[in-house]
Design a protein around this ligand. Structure first.
Ligand SMILES: [Zn+2]
Length: 180
């Protein structure tokens, strides 16, 4: 055992897991990029379950393409359709367009998670997500791209926060139609 360079594990505030420094570094990087494109007033907040495993598929990294089929790819297609942008538009222009329209995308669990713990973490993070929605994002509308959150819809109704809910597998057309 190498006692000179101990590996420091911390509890991540994005996912609640005990994680190595590399996980934490990526979490901060994602936060920094997302905050760069966060609208001052969020008109519609889009909530996904968790960020993609592959950093190259992240929505808020302007240099990436999200070419792999999956939720980020479908979201990008939905945004292109909703805002009449050409498919070849740069990621930076797309993100600035979303910001201009008051659209912000966030995740229920803010870090990529293994499929085996996904459901458990989604439930564990539900209350924290609700508080992020109420006290930080304060959106006018909410689009939930998951049907795995059990308590949140009821809390949203109690708080009179308007929302629409679609399955995580919803395709671009369906998502585009739900964008405000
Ligand atoms: Zn985390």
């Amino acid at each position: 055992m190498n006692t000179h360079r101990p590996k420091v594990f911390v509890v991540c505030d994005g996912c609640g897991q005990t994680v190595p420094p590399e996980h934490w570094r990526r979490r901060i990087e994602r936060l920094q990029w997302a905050s760069r494109f966060r609208p001052v007033h969020i008109r519609q907040l889009v909530i996904c379950e968790a960020p993609p495993e592959n950093p190259a598929d992240e929505l808020y990294l302007p240099a990436t393409g999200a070419d792999a089929p999956g939720p980020t790819h479908w979201l990008v297609e939905a945004f292109l359709e909703a805002y009449g942008l050409p498919p070849a538009v740069s990621r930076e222009v797309l993100l600035k367009t979303l910001q201009h329209h008051g659209i912000f995308v966030a995740e229920a669990v803010e870090c990529p998670v293994e499929p085996s713990v996904r459901d458990r973490l989604l439930v564990e993070r539900e209350r924290i997500l609700y508080e992020r929605i109420r006290f930080s994002y304060r959106p006018r509308h909410l689009l939930l791209l998951t049907e795995r959150l059990r308590a949140l819809p009821e809390w949203l109704r109690e708080s009179a926060i308007p929302y629409e809910q679609l399955p995580a597998t919803a395709g671009p057309r369906v998502i585009a139609a739900a964008l405000k």
